[in-house]
Design a protein around this ligand. Sequence first.
Ligand SMILES: Nc1ncnc2c1ncn2[C@@H]1O[C@H](COP(=O)(O)OP(=O)(O)OP(=O)(O)O)[C@@H](O)[C@H]1O
Ligand SMILES: [Mg+2]
Length: 297
Amino acid sequence: MLGKNDDGQRFLTKDTGELGSLHILPAAHRPTFLVTKEHRRFAEFADTVRAHRYIGVCWGPAGIGKTRSARQYTGADEWAEFQKALITGSDHGPVPDRILQARAAFYTPTVAATMRQLDQDLPRLSQQISYAIDYAEHRLVDPFINAKSYNSRRTELLIIDEADRLKTPGLEQVRDYYDRHDLGLVLIGMPGIEKRLARYPQLYSRIGFAHEYRPLTPDELTAVLTRRWHDDGLTRDDEDDFTRSVAIATVTRITGGNFRLVDRLLTQIRRIRDINHLDTITTEIVEAAREALLIGT
Ligand SMILES: Nc1ncnc2c1ncn2[C@@H]1O[C@H](COP(=O)(O)OP(=O)(O)OP(=O)(O)O)[C@@H](O)[C@H]1O
Ligand SMILES: [Mg+2]
């Protein structure tokens, strides 16, 4: 389909299908992204895979922040907004900076991803990113008019989230796509994916980097909590430092530095605090919040 920029210039892009697949959460429900040490490690890993055009594998337990990190790195949220504007014909503005910097495509296969879907989705996604980069540089992207964008292959990295969902043929297809293109590939999955991949010698031999995504350290968790509690108005400035430290230590113990657990626990803490009209957070409130959650021991 065609989009237009402010000057009325054409922007050629392919139709991405229904809007529902764009995966855009309303901003209000998306907590602010915090640049943690783990995110910086991930970004450095992705940069390296991209620079060397290797395959990299990243794994870590559920809820630790792998997807958020990868989306942040690739600018997936800005990209989705940009695509949405293109599809709906509203003003899409300039190509998001993150896309131009990362030159990376972010892809999540569906649970029942078929070979056909992968066969269509991977080239389409990479091509859209390539077109966007060309568009930002040359203002007009049309292989028939603009020779520079002919055979446009500007995407340098493909990140596949939930890579555990790919069965043997899917992995084989991803490897084939990687072989045919000059890009790096990052596979993100749960712990154990690195061992599973070892069963596929051809894919495994192409893996240049392995990256374990780790939980927040206690120091970082303290910083995250202080920030979130402050943003949410959960704490008072004149609050007793000791009470706060003990409450933070309790959250650290309960969540083990797992981001999703921290978020869920904070939601419960807020609820309990509101119901009881309390204006400070104590370790008792944290423990009560914990009881309202299903947390594996
Ligand atoms: N850097 C961050 N800044 C703010 N919130 C974060 C950050 N990382 C993770 N979160 C929060 O933690 C939640 C879980 O993160 P995410 O979905 O990235 O985990 P995951 O490791 O991909 O888990 P899964 O393996 O289940 O897919 C997010 O919904 C988000 O609210
Ligand atoms: Mg995830």
